[in-house]
Design a binder for this molecule. Sequence first.
Ligand SMILES: Cc1cc2nc3c(=O)[nH]c(=O)nc-3n(C[C@H](O)[C@H](O)[C@H](O)COP(=O)(O)OP(=O)(O)OC[C@H]3O[C@@H](n4cnc5c(N)ncnc54)[C@H](O)[C@@H]3O)c2cc1C
Length: 387
Amino acid sequence: MGAGPAGSTTALLLARAGASVLLLDRARFPRDKPCSEYLSPATTDVLERLGGGILAAVERTTHARLYGMKVVAPGGAAMVGRFRGASRPYSFAIPRTSFDAILVAAAARAGARVSEGTTVEDLVWDRGAVAGVVARSRNGQRATCRARIVIGADGLRSVVARRLGLVRTSPPRRFAFTAHVADVGGVDELGELHVSDRGYVGLGPVGAGITTVALVLPLSVVRGSGRDYRSEFVAELNRFPGLAGRFDARRLVREVLTTGPFAQWARVAALPGALLVGDAADFFDPFTGQGIHAALRGAELVAECLIPGLAPGVSRAYASARRREFAGKWLLERLIGLGVGSPALTDRVVGRLARRPDLADLLVSATGNVLPARRVFTPSALARLLW
Ligand SMILES: Cc1cc2nc3c(=O)[nH]c(=O)nc-3n(C[C@H](O)[C@H](O)[C@H](O)COP(=O)(O)OP(=O)(O)OC[C@H]3O[C@@H](n4cnc5c(N)ncnc54)[C@H](O)[C@@H]3O)c2cc1C
């Protein structure tokens, strides 16, 4: 269920291994998705492993290359961290309309049957296990699709996770607005994150003179202000000191997309007959830009656990494989997500990182998944970050 990065990649790997795969999505591709559209550098390695011409297709399509991240704190301190330890010193940034369509096409080429415009509404149960889904096509017809295994890759608002009763929410509770803006001043080969006492903005080039801009605000601010942040998008950006004057409201080249609230995660990512992958399994905060990598790595773990024969022990194997792979990412993503909610803490940490470029590189490379997150949690790294 869901043909975003998690669903398409899972479908591709399972179809390649000989499984009969039906990939359902309510959208028609190419479709857009609220995102900052940066593929962390470790994502390039996964795309290379997937083969099938996917990385070449990404390189052929309009994209930008990012060599690191710049973070600007509420008080004005700025740090730059560059990607170290990656097979390439850069990451790709590419519109989701192109990236997701490349993955769906690759899944179809691998043999998955792709049904677009098909919305999953419910699960089918058989003797206590999930045994299929009820789906509605665009012309309103409902059909029951039975399957040995249902994989919920249907994103942040996953119907599969909700029907399984697994959804949990946790702070930080935030909401996002994203847009494409042409000719933004001062954009170069770095992604940028600007934090204020109200929220933060992530921005970076995606090629052809277009910059993706994501405004992320606390849910309380969005609900309490009574303002329409879609129509006041550029005015809100101008309230961030490092951004004022860089945007021209007439150069918005795509409607402002919204998503939230997050964070949301599933209590467990596997139950008899069903697995969750990608945002359907967990999505904490977009600050570190790890979601697409987690979606693709999660798909690889699904394939590793399922392909040996849809064995009964798969739930436990998948759950522990996810824990091994993602425990550090979960902690880092949540701590940073919570930390940027405190302007004083952000000022302090960014100020230290500005004076210690090696530490800034470590943090940016860990969030880019090219260095293990545990390297940030050593007593010496933590002490240098905070004192
Ligand atoms: C503001 C913001 C900025 C972000 N920036 C970055 C970034 O720069 N880098 C990064 O790596 N990550 C980023 N992320 C996270 C990233 O967008 C997600 O982690 C990623 O899209 C997860 O992929 P997915 O396949 O799990 O879900 P999705 O990409 O959301 O795909 C889910 C699919 O399921 C389909 N679907 C949903 N419900 C149903 C249904 N009932 N029936 C059928 N189909 C259904 C949808 O149409 C969709 O195609 C950002 C997220 C946000 C909110």
